[in-house]
Design a protein around this ligand. Structure first.
Ligand SMILES: *Cc1c(COP(=O)(O)O)cnc(C)c1O
Length: 465
């Protein structure tokens, strides 16, 4: 076999990819027919593929490249750390400077008494940690029956057994016998799709009260924790009605139930604060982190744990950990990422420049005939595609048909915008500039036009009965 390089013809790379590489969340046969897009390099918010196209990355990779591509400082730090100490574990009463420095930094950034960090290699692993941690916490307090974790339908908490069970994605549960026991799902605060005749405010309260009803039904003495993304990401960037989180807060107040905020997407500036919990004014007991922690330059995740929980866990051995917990290269890169975020005031840029600018342009997309609602918080946004705005109708075609066609048009117009069923979503690098936002919106509008024409042509612009 010849050495596989960037210089091979795209078709050859695609053939090898289809033959040997199993892709996550993909239909493998699709690659054999069409071939995967081969990404070769990237700079700022721009990707370059093997055909030389410059593509605007409206998704920051997978919601992770918060400081943008091409930051050589991170490469330098990684190389330096690899030369000095490429690996050592943090089991057996051992530690190293990158893990110490990163945990101290995260304790400083995280709100309230979230002062302790348990490292993992990813967000999924971190949520597995959280599941075991909250159950062990209650067990240590003499309440082993408090093992139920309440989550939400259409939540995303990762793809491991624990993560996918906590998540509320039915197509994931259907493969592999999930969820595991003692996970309970309540409804999501997705007013556009599920709000019926209620106002958004009424619906937000109603969905929050499903938590209260679940607690009453299952019994507080059986419940360990409630887990939620501050703003659902992979579920379609669902921004809850303003009434939702205050009601959740009221319900949890004074109850012996831990709150886990899954900040894997919302953390590290995405919503205009360090954490989505701060944007919402909630104080979780545990926060899940990954993605933007290292801006995706290294795989690393973790759980930031409150002193209240950490104190109980400290009393005996927690039989849990990963070979790569606190990996020195990943930790050093994450630390450098956070240093750059602070030095370059990236979150100020989000809050004062990029988010207000994007909000105005994004909301103007509702003027397009195919777009029902446009929602946005910080630099994560979604639009709902619909054949009939007034009734908030879904399409008669299977869910995701219109979304998929629109995503294809975006690809063709060199814009990465993802679809979740028939919602289109964006989460660009936080460093995106106003003139790049203009290009994003132009390409989105163009793609919507083309998608609309296709849908009309194929008779798909029809509302579900
Ligand atoms: C991506 C994501 C995860 C899973 O993280 P991985 O690093 O892919 O394991 C968990 N929770 C949320 C909210 C996510 O968006």
């Amino acid at each position: 076999m010849p050495t596989i390089t960037n210089h091979m013809p795209t078709a050859e790379l695609q053939a090898l990819d289809a033959a040997h590489h199993m892709h996550p969340f993909s239909t493998q046969d699709g690659f054999r027919k069409k071939g995967a897009r081969v990404i070769r390099s990237a700079e700022g918010v721009w990707l370059t593929d093997s055909e030389g196209h410059r593509i605007l990355d409206g998704m920051a990779g997978l919601w992770c490249v918060n400081i943008g591509y091409g930051r050589t400082e991170l490469a330098d730090v990684a190389a330096r750390q690899m030369r000095e100490l490429p690996y050592y574990n943090t089991f057996f009463q051992t530690t190293h400077v990158p893990a110490i420095a990163l945990s101290a930094k995260l304790a400083e950034l995280a709100p309230g008494d979230l002062n302790h960090v348990f490292f993992a290699g990813s967000g999924s692993e971190a949520n597995d940690t959280n599941l075991r941690m909250v159950r062990h916490y209650w067990s240590s307090l003499g309440k082993p029956e408090k093992s139920v974790v309440i989550s939400r339908l259409n939540a995303y908490h990762g793809s491991t057994l624990g993560g996918a069970s906590l998540g509320g994605m039915i197509p994931m549960h259907e493969q592999g016998g999930l969820p595991i026991p003692d996970i309970h799902h309540i409804g999501q605060p997705n007013w556009w799709a599920e709000g019926g005749d209620m106002t958004p405010e009424e619906f937000g309260i109603a969905r929050a009260r499903e938590l209260e009803a679940a607690i009453e039904e299952i019994g507080e003495d059986r419940i360990a924790a409630f887990i939620a993304e501050p703003f659902q990401g992979a579920g379609g960037v669902i921004i809850p009605p303003d009434s939702y989180w205050p009601e959740i807060k009221r319900i949890l107040e004074g109850r012996d139930i831990l709150l886990i905020a899954d900040e894997v997407i919302c953390g590290f500036g995405r919503t205009g604060n360090w954490f989505g919990s701060q944007t919402l004014g909630i104080q979780p007991d545990i926060m899940t982190i990954a993605k933007g922690l290292s801006s995706g330059y290294q795989p690393i995740g973790g759980s930031i744990v409150s002193s209240k929980v950490a104190k109980v866990l400290a009393e005996d051995e927690f039989n849990h950990g990963y070979t790569y917990s606190g990996h020195p290269v990943a930790a050093a890169v994450a630390l450098e990422n956070l240093r750059i975020m602070e030095e370059e005031r990236v979150i100020d840029h989000v809050r004062d420049v990029a988010a207000p600018y994007l909000r105005e342009k994004w909301e103007s997309l509702t003027e397009h005939p195919l777009v029902g609602e446009a929602k946005i918080v910080g630099l994560m946004g979604s639009i709902a595609l619909t054949p009939d705005k007034a009734s908030r109708a879904a399409f008669a075609a299977p869910a995701g048909t219109a979304g998929f066609i629109t995503r294809e048009r975006c690809f063709a117009n060199n814009l990465i915008m993802r679809h979740v069923y028939d919602r289109m979503i964006i989460a660009p690098p936080l460093v995106i500039r106003p003139e790049e936002i203009d290009i994003l919106i132009e390409r989105a509008w163009q793609s919507l036009d083309e998608s609309m024409a296709r849908l009309k042509e194929e008779g798909l612009l029809k509302a579900a009965a």
